[in-house]
Design a protein around this ligand. Sequence first.
Ligand SMILES: *Cc1c(COP(=O)(O)O)cnc(C)c1O
Length: 460
Amino acid sequence: MKFTQKPWAEPFKIKVVEPLKVTTREYREQAMKEAGYNTFLLHSADVYIDLLTDSGTNAMSDNQWAGMMLGDEAYAGSKNYYYLESNVQKYYGYKYLVPTHQGRGAENLLSQCLIKKGQYVPGNMYFTTTRLHQELAGGTFVDVIIDEAHDPQAEHPFKGNVDLNKFEDLIKKVGSENVAYITVGATVNMAGGQPVSMANIKAVNELAHKHGIKVVLDATRAMENAYYIQQREEGYQNKTVAEILKEFASYSDAATMSGKKDLIVNIGGFVAVNDWDLFEELRNMVVVYEGLHTYGGISGRDMEAMARGMEEAVQDDYMAYRIKQVAYLGEKLDAYGVPMVKPFGGHAIFLDARRFYDHIPQTQYPAQALAADLYVDSGVRGMERGIVSAGRNKETGEEYMPKLELVRLTIPRRVYTQSHLDVVAYSVAELYEHRHKTKGLRMAYEPKYLRFFQARFERL
Ligand SMILES: *Cc1c(COP(=O)(O)O)cnc(C)c1O
């Protein structure tokens, strides 16, 4: 037998294990029904392979755990804060740091500081918590991502790019004084984990600054984005992920960060800025919503783990493993003809529920149904990213009908092996083969905010 490809493997070995519960199909059918066909409402103990999210579900290294013992839990001026600050300066290049309990804490502070009621906030596709904080601060989100991002089959290498014409049209239409700032998300979660090119963020920076508009980077997965630039963009092949990350961040004025993603920790986030006055305002706000400005709602040990995770995550061999593992699952499913978002994303594989369950109309929540079916079939937990996640228009009350109706299979960092992913691929392929047997859902309970977290459904 000959190998067709040079194999890759995890650049770490296993020191501690966490046993998993294996359940029967009948058990899972009951559990899914009790959870209202919403995978967010399952007990994690009932889940075999948990691909709900890569947020805070990462496996920390021995080095990070050792760092946890060096937590300086002083109320003010913790040494872990200064270490985190110096690493943010070193790897991202921002001058000032305000830690927060997680990404949405950072989004709240920044939105409150920068958005005046009635202003517009363009961005390369919405993210749930980001858009909500912008709206709660009185802003209106405007999607300025390129059209390809809304097409699951468009093979664009940088599908997360901002459409400069859409951005410029908005400025012309409403006036630059009515644009609070532009958010650039890297890699774009809701588009399927799609990266932004260096050329694009640079051009966004130039256009925004020409009109006196700030660029805010959603840096949650900017390291993963940097790896894509290294792999796909002319002129970056010989640069390290760390070098690319720093250049990328240099085209923004501020960043909000969920450390629970790129930084391989379980909790934490920050907002980082270059402008002293904005920093002052953020420091005034953080004490109201999070905690003192040198701990921002997390403990010293968590800041230490985040600072160490930053050093580990930016290594080229780690990042190559990370992205290749996700692609491994994608390639397996591709071999079975399963419809997915292409190219494969950085943190997840997105099943295209619209084509997968082409007999279920969007108003009967095909992606929600597919996520439920996958759990019942094999104990694998994914998440809906479609009409349920998109929610309702705050003016008209009507459901948004997003073009993308997806099930996200998100890969936690350093947690699962290739064998786990083989089990996932097998189950998805089985469901695809018998896809016409399933029916849609109706929503039985709808929460007011971010409904996808707690909504309940019934089988039609
Ligand atoms: C997770 C996430 C956030 C919010 O961060 P939390 O830590 O979950 O509060 C913001 N933006 C993006 C792109 C994310 O993936």
